[in-house]
Design a protein around this ligand. Structure first.
Ligand code: FAD
Length: 295
C-alpha cells in the first residue's frame, strides 16, 4: 500500500528503520532481526541504502524491502540515495524496486565524502525526486528533514526553503533526522507549517542504549544532547544494562510527549535492536491505538 493512502486513514503512524548487514556473510542477522520485529504493530519498515557506505549494503536494500513485503506482509519503504550516481544507475534501482512490488521510496541525496560527490545528473535530493516523478510516477516519495537544520546549511531558514522545494516537487511524507530535545522538533514543525509544508512529518527517535552509540551519532549528525540525557549517560556509562534501561526510558518519554502534542508519526531508528524495539513498542502501542481510534 502506498504511504499516502495509509496516512490518509490513520492519524498517527508508527514505523521502524532497519539497515542491511555490512558484510554479505552476516545476512542471517537481518533475517533474525526481521523475525523479531514482525509481530510489532508497525505501519511500515524502512530499509537504509548504503548508509554505511558499502556496496554490499546497497545491493541488499531492495532484497530486504521485498522480503518485508512478501514474507512479513508489512509495507516496506526503500531508501535510495543519488550522490555519485548517473541517471542509468537510478533507473536500474527503480526498475528493481518496482519489479519487487516496492511502492514507497525515501529519496535522499546521501552524505558527501571524497569519493561520493554530486554528479551533473543529481546535485540534491530534489533532482532525484524530479527523476522519480518522471521515471516511476506511480511511486510514493518520502523525504528527509532536519529539526536542528542540516549540518551543511547556513541556517534553518535556508534549509526549510529547500525542504519546501522537495515537497512542491512531489514528496508526500517527511521523516526527521533523529533528535533528543523535542523543543527543536516543535519549533521546526511550526516554521515548516508557516512555510506551507503541510505533508505528514514523522519524528525520528533513536533510543541511545550504549556509550559508543551516542559519540558516533553526535559526530555524524550533530544532534544536541540535553542535560538530562548527558546525565544518564555519564551516570550509567559503566553499567550496560542500566544504560540500556535509561535509554529506553528516555526515548519512551520523548515519544509520549510527542504523541500528546499531536505528532503525525513516530519513526524508530531501531539500529536492528529487536529487544529495544519491542520494549518501546509495547509501551506505546495502546496509546497510538487510542489516538487512531478517535478521528
Ligand atoms: P538534500 O535535501 O539534498 O539536502 C542536503 C543539503 O543541501 C541541505 O543543507 C539542503 O538545505 C541543501 N539543499 C537542498 N536542495 C538544495 C538546492 N536546490 N540548492 C542548494 N542547496 C540545497 N544516508 C544514506 O546514505 N543512506 C540512507 O539510507 C539514509 N537514510 C536517511 C534517512 C533519514 C530519515 C534521514 C534524515 C537521513 C538519512 N540519510 C541517509 C542521511 C542523508 O543522506 C544525509 O543527511 C544527506 O547529507 C542529506 O540528504 P538529503 O536527502 O536531506 O539532501
Amino acid at each position: 500500500m502506498k504511504l499516502s493512502t495509509l496516512s490518509s486513514v490513520k492519524k498517527v503512524l508508527f514505523s521502524l528503520e532497519v539497515f542491511p548487514p555490512k558484510k554479505d556473510t552476516s545476512v542471517n542477522v537481518i533475517y533474525n532481526t526481521l523475525l523479531g520485529l514482525r509481530g510489532l504493530p508497525v505501519d511500515f519498515i524502512s530499509v537504509t541504502y548504503g548508509a554505511g557506505g558499502s556496496q554490499v549494503q546497497k545491493n541488499k536494500t531492495c532484497e530486504i524491502a521485498s522480503l518485508i513485503r512478501s514474507n512479513y506482509h508489512i509495507e516496506p519503504v526503500s531508501h535510495l540515495t543519488c550522490v555519485g550516481s548517473q541517471k542509468e544507475d537510478i533507473a536500474a534501482s527503480l526498475d528493481a524496486l518496482q519489479e519487487n512490488g516496492v511502492e514507497n521510496i525515501l529519496a535522499l541525496r546521501g552524505d558527501l565524502s571524497p569519493d561520493r560527490q554530486p554528479t551533473e545528473d543529481f546535485r540534491h535530493a530534489v533532482d532525484l525526486i524530479h527523476f522519480i516523478k518522471e521515471y516511476a510516477p506511480q511511486m510514493d516519495i518520502l523525504g528527509a528533514c532536519y529539526p536542528e537544520g542540516h549540518p551543511e546549511s547556513d541556517s534553518l531558514e535556508e534549509d526549510l526553503l529547500h525542504l519546501k522545494e522537495k515537497v512542491d516537487c512531489g514528496v508526500s511524507h517527511l521523516i526527521t533526522q533523529l533528535f533528543f530535545d523535542n523543543a527543536y522538533f516543535y519549533s521546526f514543525l511550526e516554521k515548516a507549517r508557516q512555510k506551507g509544508i503541510h505533508v505528514p512529518i514523522e519524528a525520528g527517535i533513536m533510543p541511545i542504549v550504549n556509550k559508543s552509540q551516542i559519540e558516533r551519532i553526535v559526530s555524524m549528525c550533530g544532534a544536541s544532547v540535553p542535560h538530562k540525557m548527558a546525565t544518564y549517560i555519564s551516570r550509567y556509562s559503566d553499567n550496560p544494562a542500566a544504560l540500556r534501561d535509561a535509554g529506553i526510558f528516555y526515548a519512551t518519554e520523548q515519544i509520549m510527549d510527542l504523541l500528546e502534542n499531536g505528532v503525525d508519526g513516530i519513526h524508530l531508528y531501531t539500529m536492528n535492536n529487536v529487544e529495544v524495539s519491542q520494549r518501546i513498542s509495547s509501551s506505546i502501542e495502546s496509546i497510538i491505538a487510542a489516538k487512531n481510534a478517535v478521528r
